[in-house]
Design a protein around this ligand. Structure first.
Ligand SMILES: [Ca+2]
Ligand SMILES: [Ca+2]
Length: 340
């Protein structure tokens, strides 16, 4: 630690103090006249410090700026004490200020961390919310899809008397035209086990065949039946035009033993002015080869979307004569259902 003993030389602007008349150095006391303002002086004191328990001289030059507080007395330790005190004061102020500075820094850091935490939390919440929305949307969409594949649009069968169970059925070789159908020729609704129609209730065919079926009739000519069905009364056309309505078209089709008489049924969608829209879907004809020359009915089906613009449909049954005296093409359980 430096101990200032006294000042033995003072320079003002690198000039000896003796050369400056405005100043006086008396008994190690430096007096600065009033017309010298804030000069920069060099004070070269003789100082001592303890070194190995001995006091040794130590030269020290210090450049200071004079001010009102240390202006008049540099002969003793006042200047340095003042400066030391000033340093101590500055250090004390810094020491006082530093905790506040640290506190403020800590506060700022904490505030920043809290802000970052809030941002991260909000981001996570938004992400979870969006995830829930996505899940909800996916769930809704899945539910909609599930519903769409299982919602059958009433009626369950859009065809009237597609199964030949409505109205009368022929019990002999008479012609009984199918109930609910337009027809051409001798197409007949007939009982199973009728000796004229030659299909038994035990022949291969649908389990739910009922009592009757359709055949070409007791004459050697082609015959047919058909019906138009208006969909727009029961289905919003917008659903059709958005292609959200699907159809499932099926029938059991066959013939008699090895005869080539056959049957087929087609589905054609029509627009508002009864013009065809899209393709027709035809089931059959079923040949004797497909039946292995066995009297039987085989299941046929077709699925698809109801085409844009469709407002009604035409189902046409054609039974084609080729052999013998009767038209032995057969068909039963003609079914068309629509679903979303
Ligand atoms: Ca039937
Ligand atoms: Ca025949």
């Amino acid at each position: 630690m430096v101990k200032i003993i006294h000042v033995n030389k003072i320079q003002l602007n690198n000039q000896s103090i003796e050369q400056i008349n405005q100043h006086q150095l008396m008994n190690n006391r430096f007096i600065l006249s009033d017309n010298v303002k804030r000069p920069s002086i060099i004070i070269q004191p003789i100082s001592y410090q303890w070194n190995n328990n001995q006091v040794v001289p130590h030269d020290q030059q210090t450049r200071i700026s004079l001010n009102k507080r240390n202006l008049f007395d540099y002969s003793n330790n006042n200047l340095f004490e003042n400066r030391y005190k000033n340093k101590e004061e500055n250090h004390r102020r810094k020491s006082i200020a530093f905790p506040w500075l640290k506190l403020w820094c800590c506060c700022l850091i904490c505030a920043a961390l809290i802000l970052i935490g809030l941002i991260v939390t909000i981001a996570i919440l938004i992400s979870l919310h969006n995830s829930k929305m996505t899940t909800s949307m996916t769930s809704t969409y899945t539910t909609t899809l599930t519903t769409s594949t299982t919602t059958i649009i009433s009626p369950s069968n859009w065809l009237i008397n597609g199964d030949g169970e409505s109205g009368s059925c022929s019990t002999n070789n008479s012609v009984v035209h199918p109930t609910g159908w337009n027809f051409n020729g001798s197409i007949t609704q007939v009982y199973y086990n009728n000796s004229e129609a030659n299909i038994l209730s035990t022949d291969p065919g649908p389990n739910n065949r009922g009592r009757c079926f359709f055949y070409g009739g007791p004459s050697p000519f082609d015959s047919s039946m058909w019906q138009y069905v208006n969909m727009s009364n029961l289905i919003n056309p917008i659903l059709i035009d958005n292609q959200t309505i699907y159809f499932n078209f099926s029938a059991w089709i066959g013939g008699y033993q090895g005869q080539t008489d056959n049957a087929q049924v087609s589905l054609t969608f029509l627009n508002q002015i009864n013009q065809q829209v899209g393709s027709s879907f035809t089931l059959g004809p079923i040949t004797n080869t497909q039946r292995s020359n066995q009297t039987s009915l085989l299941f046929q089906s077709s699925n698809g979307v109801v085409p844009v613009g469709a407002r009604s449909f035409l189902v046409m049954v054609k039974i084609n004569f080729f052999q013998g005296y009767d038209n032995d093409g057969n068909i039963d359980n003609i079914d068309l259902y629509l679903h979303q």
